[in-house]
Every structure is written in C-alpha cells, then in structure tokens.
Design a protein around this ligand. Structure first.
Ligand code: G3H
Ligand code: 13P
Ligand code: NA
Ligand code: ZN
Length: 328
C-alpha cells in the first residue's frame, strides 16, 4: 500500500525507530528492497533521484515502485522524489503520484552552489503549500552536505570538483533549523552534519569532529517534534570494497557512516536515513565476483540474481539495525 512519508515517520517517531530510504534506478534494486522488507516485516521508503529519472525514465521508475506495491500489498511503501532542484520538479512528481517529495533548496537550482536561507524558505514553503493540499509530504534540507575533513561537497569519484565551502554551511545551525521548520511547515528536515554523497566520505573511520552526531542531539532538543533526515548515510561496507578490488575493480580506500553512529542519531530524532552507495557497491561487487568466477556465463539473470541477493542482505541488515523490522 502506498503511504505518505509523514504517516510513516510519525509511526517511526512514536515507536523509536528509523527508516532506511533506498535510492532505486532499476528492477533489481526494487526486488532486493522488497524481498528484505518482506523477510523482516519492515515498511519501505524507495526514492528516485534526478539521475534515476534520467536513467530509467520517470514512468519506468514509478511503475517499478507500483509493481512492488502490487506484488507486496501488505507492505507500506513511500514513493519519494529525492533532491528536487526547484519547485517545478516537485510539482511534476506530485502530479505523477509520488507520495512524498524533497525540495532541496539548500542549493541553487544548478545543485552546485549554496543558496541563501531566504531562497530556501521561499521555495520550500511554495512546495509545502501545493503538496499538502494533495496529502503529499515534503522533506526540506538546511545546510549543505559536505566533508568537514576537506570542506568539499561530495563527489562520486572522490575528486571534489567544486570549490571549498564555508565550514558553517556544512553544519546546520540549531536556531536556523527551528526558524526553517516554523516558516515552511516541512514534514521532515535533512540536516548537514559532515556526511556527503557517494563512497568517498571519510579518509579514516570517522571521529566525532568530522561526523557531528552531537549536532543532531542539539537540533532534536530544540525541535523535538521534527523528523530529522540523514543524507549521505551509506556505511561503505569494507567487505564489498575488498571484493570489488579483488575482482578487477579499482576503488580507493574510504570509509562511510558507521551503523552504530546512525543508531545514535535514531535515538535523537533521525527518522529517515538515505542510502544509495551501499547498494551500488554490493551489486557491483557481486557482479564482478560472479563474472570473475564464471567466465563462461553470458546469462545476465545469473549475475543480476547475485547482485539482488547481495543488495537484499544489506537492506535486511539496515531494517534490523534501524529498528523498522516488525513494523510493517
Ligand atoms: O542524491 C544522491 C543519490 O546518491 C543519487 O545519485 O543522482 O547519481 O542517482 P544519482
Ligand atoms: P549515499 O551516497 O551515502 O548512499 O547517500 C545517498 C543519499 O543521500 C541520497 O539522497
Ligand atoms: Na530525499
Ligand atoms: Zn541525498
């Protein structure tokens, strides 16, 4: 059944759990998430990025999620649009039937340069008015995702292209968060605490000075009724990193957000935890391993099945670790 993000996160808050929100681009990812949710009896958030819409096309993305709902009618599913770059993107998703949208007004519409607080409040408020009229939820973002180690915004390949950011933008201000939620009436707020998108988040196991869980606690204490969202929250599994490199891959050494740190966030108001990279790494590792060990195979179903199983194991582990298991 399709439900709104607000309905699910209200339940998560009342029952002290967090929801992994997985990015989806193809059928194997959708299958992996749904199999894990069915096994652990967890609700689901699936989200489509601009990149996913470009890859699969919006109708395919939406129908993959609708197919999942048809196949697993007992599992509550949120269909969320990730990182909308301006209100028109969100409006199109609302019209096409998404139950939740993210208006990311932390960046200018080019998604590369930081936006002003005022711009962010204006665009987010505009989306909230339209979305709420149709029962659709809205996630906003305040602060820019980026590394407190290097001052760079996240980059998929580990080579930050943009200029360094002001360190204050990389850490959401407690007072601005309170003002932002009051002015916009968002259902959930993504905050910046030192995580970044992609695999290259930290050059070593993160310590409290680069992964600021303390800031989550301060924001939660100030606005306890706001559902907080952590982006860039893949854990970058070291076992899959090794498998990728052992079977012909070339990824640099890197570290993600430890599951225990996410669990600490969930104790302090984090209700949605965005994960994309972990499923990318596990599927790539499983495919490399399968093809490395089965050089005569040319049936894609065989390696895609391995990829699905590898992703599904990670999904099930996150449903268990974040406490959403047994809450479907
Ligand atoms: O927002 C970040 C997600 O990892 C999506 O990335 O735009 O490459 O699909 P993407
Ligand atoms: P990761 O790159 O850590 O998986 O983050 C995904 C994300 O935040 C999508 O919005
Ligand atoms: Na999102
Ligand atoms: Zn994100």
């Amino acid at each position: 059944m399709l439900i709104s993000l607000r309905e699910l996160l209200d339940h998560a808050a009342a029952n002290n759990y967090g929801m992994p929100a997985f990015n989806v681009n193809n059928m194997e990812q959708v299958h992996a998430i749904m199999k894990a949710a069915d096994k652990t009896n967890s609700p689901v958030i699936m989200q489509g990025s601009a990149g996913a819409r470009g890859y699969a096309g919006e109708p395919f993305l939406r129908h993959l999620i609708l197919a999942a709902i048809e196949m697993y009618p007992h599992i509550p599913v949120v269909m969320h649009q990730d990182h909308g770059s301006d209100p028109s993107v969100c409006l199109r998703s609302i019209q096409s039937g998404f139950s939740s949208v993210m208006m990311d007004g932390s960046l200018e519409p080019d998604m590369k340069t930081p936006a002003s607080f005022k711009y962010n409040v204006n665009v987010t408020t505009e989306v909230v008015k339209i979305a709420h009229a149709g029962g659709v939820s809205v996630e906003g973002e305040l602060g820019c995702l980026g590394s407190l180690e290097t001052g760079m915004m996240g980059e998929e390949d580990g080579h930050g292209a943009e200029g360094k950011l002001d360190l204050d933008m990389l850490l959401t201000s407690v007072e601005e968060a309170a003002d932002f939620v009051k002015s916009t009436n968002v259902d959930a707020l993504a905050i910046a605490i030192g995580t970044s998108h992609g695999a290259y988040k930290f050059t070593q196991e993160p310590t409290g000075d680069v992964l600021r869980i303390d800031r989550i606690k301060e924001i939660h204490a100030r606005i306890p009724n706001t559902h907080l969202v952590m982006h860039g929250s893949s854990s970058v599994p070291q076992d899959w990193l090794k498998i990728i490199n052992n079977f012909g891959g070339d990824m640099g050494q890197t570290y993600g957000v430890p599951v225990e740190e996410i669990q600490e966030g969930i104790k302090h108001g984090v209700r949605k935890v965005n994960i994309d990279t972990d499923l990318r790494m596990s599927s790539t590792g499983a495919i490399r391993k399968h093809l490395g060990e089965n050089t005569s195979n040319f049936d894609p179903r065989k390696f895609l099945k391995e990829a699905t199983n590898a992703m599904s194991d990670i999904c099930a582990a996150r449903f268990e670790a974040f406490g959403s298991a047994n809450n479907a």
